[in-house]
Design a protein around this ligand. Structure first.
Ligand SMILES: [Zn+2]
Length: 143
């Protein structure tokens, strides 16, 4: 019949061969421990240098950054976005700043310049003003 014979040999998986980025040699490459992020380090005996052949990607990926900027532009606070995406608030601030720089490079402005926003009427209800010391304040009992 036209049945394919099952090969007893499993498909060949390309084996990782360490190649020195300094001298481009793949001979006499020895393992040299790991980085603090647990990527393998190799040592080239030919040129006596260490290198990481497959370094891990540092930082967050582009979709996460885009989503963070989009959420901030929707009106969420930096800290709220940071909590939602489980990232550092400073990271969100950095991505927003980078986004603004990118927009300005394209000739667009992300935010209106300071002072351009017209004064708006702000309505407050229940404003509490404390005159003198509050009773039972944070120093109560420590007189
Ligand atoms: Zn080398």
């Amino acid at each position: 019949m036209d049945e394919q014979p099952v090969s007893p040999v499993s498909p060949v998986v390309p084996r990782f061969v360490a190649r020195c980025p300094h001298c481009d040699s793949d001979k006499r490459q020895t393992k040299a421990g790991r980085t603090k992020y647990h990527s393998l380090r190799f040592h080239c005996t030919a040129c006596d240098k260490d290198y990481t052949p497959q370094p891990k990607q540092q930082g967050y990926d582009a979709p996460t950054r885009k989503q963070a900027v989009a959420l901030v532009l929707e009106g969420l606070s930096l800290r709220a976005v940071a909590r939602i995406l489980s990232v550092n608030p400073q990271s969100v601030a950095n991505w927003l700043a980078a986004h603004q720089v990118a927009l300005q490079d394209k000739g667009e402005t992300a935010l209106p310049p300071a002072g351009a926003v017209a004064a708006q009427t702000v309505e407050l209800d229940e404003v509490q003003v404390f005159v003198g010391a509050r009773k039972g304040g944070k120093n109560a009992g420590f007189t």
